[in-house]
Design a protein around this ligand. Structure first.
Ligand code: KG4
Ligand code: ZN
Length: 337
C-alpha cells in the first residue's frame, strides 16, 4: 500500500510516498524560510499562499519521478498549526482523494514527529518515551501504543526551538536561529558563562526557558557594554546550548526512568542538535532513536508513515479537517474495523 503524505502546517511544503512493504519511496520539500526571513518569523498569510503555489506541482513532480501513478491512500496534517496553511493541505488531500477514489486520513502533526523514527530501518518498538522539541513545542510524552499518548511534561513558556531562535536573534544571527547558533557554538567555550538550568532540579517534568533567555540577554548586554560582543558571541552561544541541552537531557532521562521506559525517541527540529544527540546517548542507559536529520524538521514523510500506520488499523471518515489547536492526548488508538 502506497500512502501520499502532505505536510503544510507551517512554513514547509512537504510531500512523500511511503510504501507499507518497502518503506519510504520518495520525498520532496519546499522550504519557505527565505520568504519569511525578512520578517524574523513565519507570516501566516504568506505561508498559505506559498503552499497554494507549491503543493500541487511538488506532488506532481514527486509522483512522476517515483513512477507512481496513483497512491492507495493520502495522509495530510490536519493540525495543530496555522489554520490557513492547514486548509491548503487538507483541501488538496481531500480533492485528490475524491478524484482517485482512495481513503484520506487526517494526521496530528506531533504524532507525525513522534513516529518519524519509524521511517528508519532501526525503528523503536512501543512503548517509548518521546522528547518532542520543536519551534512550537517542548514535550515529554509516554508513547504506550499508536495513538495512546500521555503528556508527562511541557513548557510553561517558550518552546526549546523558540529559545534557540530567540537567543540566536540576540546574537545577531539569522532565522531560524537554532542551526546557526549550534554552528557558532562549536567554536565557543561552554563554561565561559554561568547560565541557569531552569526547572532542572524541580521534581516535575515541565520546562521553562524564559529565565535562560533573560540570562542570555543580560550576558549579551554586559559584553556589549565592554565592547566585546563580537569576540564573545561563540562563548555565549556555547554556554546557552550547554544549559538548554542539560535541561532537555536531564528531564528526558528522569522521565524515562520514572516511567520504566527503556527507549527514548528524540523528535522535532531541535532533535537535529548534535550536542543533544551526543549527550542523550551518553547519559541514557537504554536505546535512543532519532529520525534522520532531514526528518527532524517538518516533512511529508513523517505524515505519510503516521497515516499509513493509522490506515493499516482503521478507516477514517472523509472530511477536511484543519485544527489550529489539537491536543495530542485527545487521540485514540485506531479502532479496529
Ligand atoms: O519541527 P520544526 O521544523 O518546526 C516546528 O514544528 O516548530 O522545528 C524547527 C525548530 C526551530 O526553532 C529551529 O531553530 C530548531 O528547530 N532547530 C534547531 C536545530 N535545527 C533546527 N535547534 C537547535 N539545534 C539545531 N541543530
Ligand atoms: Zn513540526
Amino acid at each position: 500500500m502506497i500512502t501520499l503524505g502532505i505536510e503544510t502546517s507551517c512554513d514547509e511544503t512537504g510531500v512523500a510516498l511511503f510504501c507499507s512493504e518497502r518503506g519510504l519511496i520518495a520525498d520532496a520539500l519546499h522550504s519557505q524560510v527565505d520568504l519569511h526571513a525578512p520578517y524574523g518569523g513565519v507570516v501566516p498569510e504568506i505561508a498559505s499562499r506559498d503552499h497554494v503555489r507549491m503543493l500541487l506541482p511538488l506532488i506532481q513532480r514527486l509522483m512522476s519521478e517515483a513512477g507512481v501513478e496513483k497512491p492507495d491512500a493520502i495522509a495530510y496534517t490536519a493540525g495543530p498549526g496555522l489554520v490557513g496553511a492547514l486548509m491548503v493541505g487538507g483541501g488538496v488531500a481531500n480533492g485528490l482523494a475524491l478524484a482517485w477514489a482512495c481513503p484520506v486520513v487526517a494526521v496530528h502533526h506531533m504524532e507525525g514527529h513522534l513516529l518519524a523514527p519509524m521511517l528508519e530501518e532501526n525503528s523503536p518498538e512501543f512503548p517509548f518515551l518521546a522528547l518532542l522539541v520543536s519551534g512550537g513545542h517542548t514535550m515529554l510524552i509516554a508513547v504506550r501504543a499508536l495513538g495512546a499518548y500521555d503528556v508527562l511534561g511541557t513548557t510553561l513558556d517558550d518552546a526549546a526551538g523558540e529559545a534557540f531562535d530567540k537567543t540566536a536573534k540576540l546574537l545577531g544571527l539569522g532565522y531560524p536561529g537554532g542551526p546557526l547558533l549550534a554552528a557558532l557554538a562549536e567554536g565557543g567555550d561552554e563554561s565561559a558563562f554561568s547560565l541557569p538550568r531552569p526547572m532542572l532540579k524541580k521534581a516535575n517534568l515541565d520546562f521553562s526557558f524564559s529565565g535562560l533567555k533573560t540570562a542570555v540577554m543580560l550576558a549579551v548586554k554586559k559584553v556589549e557594554a565592554a565592547g566585546e560582543l563580537q569576540s564573545r558571541r561563540a562563548d555565549i552561544a556555547a554556554s546557552f546550548q550547554r544549559a538548554a541541552v542539560d535541561v532537555l537531557v536531564g528531564k528526558a532521562v528522569r522521565a524515562a526512568e520514572s516511567e520504566g521506559l527503556q527507549r527514548i525517541v528524540v523528535a522535532g527540529g531541535v532533535g537535529a542538535n548534535r550536542l543533544l544527540r551526543r549527550d542523550m546517548a551518553n547519559r541514557f542507559p537504554g536505546q535512543v532513536f532519532y529520525p534522520r536529520f532531514e526528518f527532524c524538521t517538518d516533512n511529508g514523510a513523517m505524515i505519510a508513515v503516521a497515516g499509513a500506520m493509522r490506515l493499516a488499523e482503521a478507516t477514517e471518515a472523509t472530511e477536511i479537517r484543519a485544527l489550529a489547536r489539537w491536543s495530542l492526548e485527545s487521540l485514540h488508538e485506531p479502532a479496529l474495523t
